[in-house]
Design a protein around this ligand. Structure first.
Ligand code: ATP
Length: 459
């Protein structure tokens, strides 16, 4: 069997649209640039990605969750530095009119050049604040300006004392949050990689100063393990350290986890040592003391923060890219291929999303081989029975080969086929997505078979 991985993003964009993963936002009106809607399967998949992260974070003794509001007091963004400093240097190419971030320019003979047409005729940079502004209440003036948050982290910092005291948390402890963020990006693009509305999964871990670098290293390795757990190919992941000139003003150390997308190595997650910058700033701007009293050492201090921040949409995109494969089945493999899969020439090629079952939007598809009443009735019963535990799809139309192909393409780990024989021997056929091997299983064993196989899924 020959296997080809994803070569270009366009192939994935097309699959996502065709199969109900991701649609262009407001498509009937010609679309809204850089905004995307998750379809029925995409929404389930993204939910599973979030749950995987949420579990990895909050099923620990030392991390709790939070869900803060998108709109916050405008002073938050003054304190955090976003009002004055959250801007990108915007430049225009005078030759091809391309508008881009100065740091996205390419270098030609020591001069910055347009990444699109290579011209060095570039305007001087102008700073462009990335925060979306709106107004709270009926009067639209300067005093009613509020911002759509450009990151979720500040909701955690301003709730530091609320969380610590209500949850009786002792340092070191962390707060995890998933939520929407908004940035008026100059150059969004590459499908859902960089958008103006996106979801972040951030965790801020509060530690005693002096122990920060130790925790920084610990979180680096925990986050690496997380990506391994999700089944991302190791050779497509790497750490990239921020050099002294790349470090944000508040950061003592920063590493990105990068993934090799079809358009190159790009940041997936940032892991930062933010020192006591944020809590000190909020203490300063709010006039309230934000301090931690360590009962053991009787010391007072402002905690340091280790932050892990990943975009949910960006991780979902990396997982889709990583799990996509095209298989060409050799004719000799035909005999190993199940009935309905090997006969026609065009069916010796298939596309598979090899997603971990935990992430797959559907774990099982119930496929009756005929639309005759007794088969349909039994199939609906099986749908009811299995969907109590799992996300299940029911599909009765089209040839069985085509229905298998659809399930392969959306990443369903198991198909359950109901045939006439099922009515006689009370057995159904399970087909495994990756091996295409089939098992005949008694009706009363269906749920236990599935829970067993999904638990020790071997790709
Ligand atoms: P960049 O330099 O690429 O603009 P950043 O370093 O400012 O990104 P962070 O502020 O560290 O990004 O955000 C944390 C994570 O949030 C990123 O690693 C990324 O996964 C996600 N993210 C940030 N901006 C966007 C965006 N516009 N669209 C989708 N995801 C984003």
């Amino acid at each position: 069997m020959a296997i080809t991985k994803l070569k270009d993003l366009a192939t994935l964009v097309s699959l996502c649209k065709r199969r109900g993963y991701i649609f262009q936002s407001s498509e009937v009106y010609g679309g809204l640039n850089s905004c995307w809607d998750y379809g029925p399967l995409g929404a389930s998949f993204k939910y599973n990605v979030k749950m995987a992260w949420w579990k990895a974070m909050t099923r620990r003794e030392d991390v709790v969750g939070l869900d803060a509001a998108i709109l916050m007091h405008p002073k938050v963004w003054k304190a955090s530095g976003h009002v004055d400093g959250f801007s990108d240097p915007l430049v225009d190419c005078r030759s091809c009119k391309n508008r881009f971030r100065e740091d996205h320019a390419i270098q030609i003979k020591g001069q910055i050049a347009c990444p699109k047409c290579q011209s060095i005729d570039i305007t001087p940079p102008r700073n462009f604040n990335l925060m979306f502004k709106t107004y709270m209440g009926p009067i639209e003036d300067e005093s009613s300006v509020v911002y759509l948050r450009p990151e979720t982290a500040q909701g955690i910092f301003v709730n530091f004392e609320n969380v610590a005291s209500s949850m009786r948390k002792k340092i070191p402890f962390g707060v995890a949050q998933i939520g929407k963020s908004f940035r008026n990006e100059i150059t969004p693009g590459n499908f859902t990689f960089r958008t103006r509305e996106f979801e972040q999964m951030e965790m801020q871990y509060f530690v005693k100063p002096g122990t920060d670098m130790e925790w920084f290293e610990k979180w680096k390795s925990l986050r690496w393990n997380f990506y391994q757990h999700l089944g991302i190919e190791e050779s497509k992941l790497r750490f990239k350290e921020h050099g002294p000139t790349e470090l944000a003003h508040y950061a003592r150390a920063a590493f990105d986890v990068q993934y090799e997308f079809p358009f190159g190595w790009q940041e997936l997650e940032g892991i930062h040592n933010r020192s006591d910058f944020d809590l000190s700033q909020h203490a300063k701007f709010s006039g309230k003391k934000i301090e931690y009293f360590d009962e053991q050492s009787k010391e007072k201090f402002i905690p340091y923060v280790i932050e892990t921040a990943v975009g949910c949409d960006r991780l979902a995109l990396a997982l889709l890219c990583d799990s996509y494969r095209e298989e060409t089945l050799e004719s000799t493999e035909g005999s190993a291929v199940a009935e309905g899969e090997s006969s026609a020439q065009e069916q010796t090629q298939r596309v598979v999303l090899g997603l971990l079952p935990e992430l797959a939007p559907r774990k099982v598809a119930i496929l009756p081989l005929s639309k005759k009443e007794p088969l349909i009735e039994l199939s609906h019963r099986l749908f009811q029975q299995t969907s109590e535990n799992w996300d299940v799809e029911y599909d009765e139309s089209g040839s069985i080969g085509k229905r298998y192909r659809r399930q392969d393409e959306i990443g369903t780990p198991f198909c359950l086929t109901v045939d006439f024989q099922s009515l006689e021997d009370q057995k159904v056929t399970f087909r495994h997505r990756d091996t295409m091997k089939q098992d005949r299983v008694s009706l009363d064993q269906v749920n236990s078979y599935l829970s067993d196989k999904l638990k020790k899924f071997i790709s």
